[in-house]
Design a protein around this ligand. Structure first.
Ligand code: FO1
Length: 316
């Protein structure tokens, strides 16, 4: 079975960790959010692409969920000593990735080519697609003004109220080569438990991606990143509230309702099953909190199993 996963960063990587244990690497493709991409010190950093690639390569720092396991931070510290306000922690080995990417992008290579090159070097046999090769950045309006998403997330620790969100570049961002074909041909598309606005919502903003999902006649299964009224990780609640969407799996179902066939929700929300069914989406309740590798594999198995009870949205 060919599986395509729409992925953000840490939450998606945890899920992929389990999925990669039960799906052959060549049958697995990921379409990854690049709205978090940022240029720092002249280096092009793609946080979510790197989190996913390092996870599939088995070298991610499992404790943090990002960066390379056992990396050192000598350069980061030396830079700080020079008086720079280093709010984004780049590990020494991780820096090599950013140097590699920036060098190749400067020489005219596409982000998708650079990502494929990195995957090859790191022994990742699944395909990792950036959602777009075009410029795309998520910006957040806070009471401190407009700031890049990473500044909101890392530098300010998600503490600000979200006043507005902009997807800069979205109007002209086209999917990277092969993305629409992969989404059309996949036996199952799985939407990882990532932020539905700034991780998956960005992917859906890229020209043709949402429409391609709407046209599918095979399953699209999402895993709710919201459990009992709170996000599993990160600030999804603030972004959903800003959008006027209820912070619950029902809100997630609304955001994906035009293309979703199945939604995996936590046991804690199982009373929402009928409500979600009335939206034409089959809800499956299970344990979605991934503490151990066993949890991750079990959730991945549940996601794959939903595809065997096919049911599709009633309206498009
Ligand atoms: N997250 C942090 O909370 N603090 C950091 O200093 C940080 C550095 C970092 C460096 C490279 C990278 O690939 C990811 C990094 N992240 C860091 C994670 C990242 O900011 C977020 O997890 C995602 O962008 C949200 O999906």
């Amino acid at each position: 079975l060919r599986i395509v996963v729409l992925a953000g960063g840490v939450g998606a990587a945890r899920f992929l960790n389990g999925l990669a244990k039960i799906v052959a690497p060549e049958d697995l493709s990921c379409v990854v959010n690049t709205g978090d991409d940022i240029v720092l010190h002249g280096l092009h950093i793609s946080p979510d692409l790197d989190i996913i690639t390092y996870t599939l390569a088995g070298i991610v720092d499992n404790e943090k969920g990002w960066g390379i396991s056992q990396d050192t931070y000598n350069c980061h510290q030396a830079f700080k000593n020079l008086g720079f306000d280093e709010w984004f922690r780049l590990g020494d080995k991780d820096l090599a990735t950013h140097l590699y990417r920036s060098e190749l992008l400067r020489s005219g290579r596409l982000l998708s080519e650079v990502t494929a090159g990195l995957c090859e070097r790191l022994g990742v046999r699944s395909r990792v697609f950036p959602m777009t090769n075009d410029h795309f950045e998520t910006w957040v309006k806070t009471d401190a003004g407009w700031i890049h998403f990473e500044e909101y997330y890392v530098r300010r620790g998600c503490r600000d109220e979200v006043r507005d969100v902009q997807f800069r570049g979205a109007d002209s961002a086209r999917p990277s080569p092969g993305v629409l074909e992969a989404l059309t041909e996949a036996d199952q598309v799985i939407v990882a438990p990532s932020n539905p606005i700034v991780s998956v919502g960005t992917i859906l903003e890229v020209q043709g991606i949402r429409e391609t999902l709407q046209r599918r006649r095979k399953p699209v299964t999402a895993i709710s990143p919201i459990v009992a009224g709170s996000p599993l990780k990160g600030p999804a609640d603030k972004f959903m509230l800003h959008r006027g969407v209820e912070v619950s799996p029902r809100g997630v179902a609304k955001l994906y309702g035009d293309f979703l066939s199945h939604l995996i929700i936590d046991y804690a929300d199982k009373e929402l099953t009928d409500d979600i069914a009335s939206m034409g989406i089959e809800a499956v309740a299970t344990n979605t909190v991934m503490r151990t590798m066993e949890d991750r594999v079990r959730l991945a198995e549940t996601a794959l199993a939903t595809a065997r009870h096919e049911r599709f949205p009633t309206q498009h």
